[in-house]
Design a protein around this ligand. Structure first.
Ligand code: 4NP
Length: 150
């Protein structure tokens, strides 16, 4: 799960996705990263931690890290939150196979919207909307991954 700062959207996506696969007893490796290293080592944004806590998921032990070239080989799929993230990662991709791993999360989930709006400059309500969007998208992404790997 990749966004710009790895303190709002992608940590929430990581927490939601991990919670769902745990319930489904799927042993998949999931992580998140930022296209920037601006917040390297930081906890998720307080508002992201609080929103996730309200939904029963603790993401307070996550720490921001930048996307690494090795992530292209470590992971089968790389889900990005918006088109800027996609453009940035496409620049790092060295092969067609790596480029093809990058997917817009919402598009892969069959959603009409392309981007998960960034709640960083928003309010608590925006973090709730981010949760709702990511929660729905993660359900659909997991369904699709199960079908495609069956
Ligand atoms: P994120 O949100 O990409 O969802 O983690 C942002 C966090 C920090 C900044 C921008 C977006 N920033 O400019 O520091």
């Amino acid at each position: 799960m990749v966004c710009l700062g790895n303190i709002c959207r992608s940590p929430m996506a990581e927490g939601i996705f991990k919670d769902k696969i745990k319930q489904l007893k799927l042993n998949w490796k999931v992580d998140s990263a930022g296209t920037s290293s601006w917040h390297q080592g930081d906890k998720p944004d307080k508002r992201a931690i609080a929103e996730m806590k309200r939904k029963g998921i603790d993401i307070s032990s996550q720490r921001s890290r930048p996307f690494l070239p090795s992530d292209f080989s470590e992971f089968q799929k790389i889900f990005v939150m918006d088109e800027n993230n996609k453009r940035d990662l496409l620049e790092y991709a060295q092969t067609d196979r790596q480029a093809k791993k990058i997917e817009l999360l919402l598009t892969y989930a069959g959603h009409d919207m392309l981007s998960v709006p960034d709640p960083y400059y928003g309010t608590e309500k925006d973090f709730e909307a981010t949760y709702t969007l990511l929660n729905d998208a993660c359900d659909k992404v997991i369904d699709r991954l199960i079908k495609e790997n069956a």
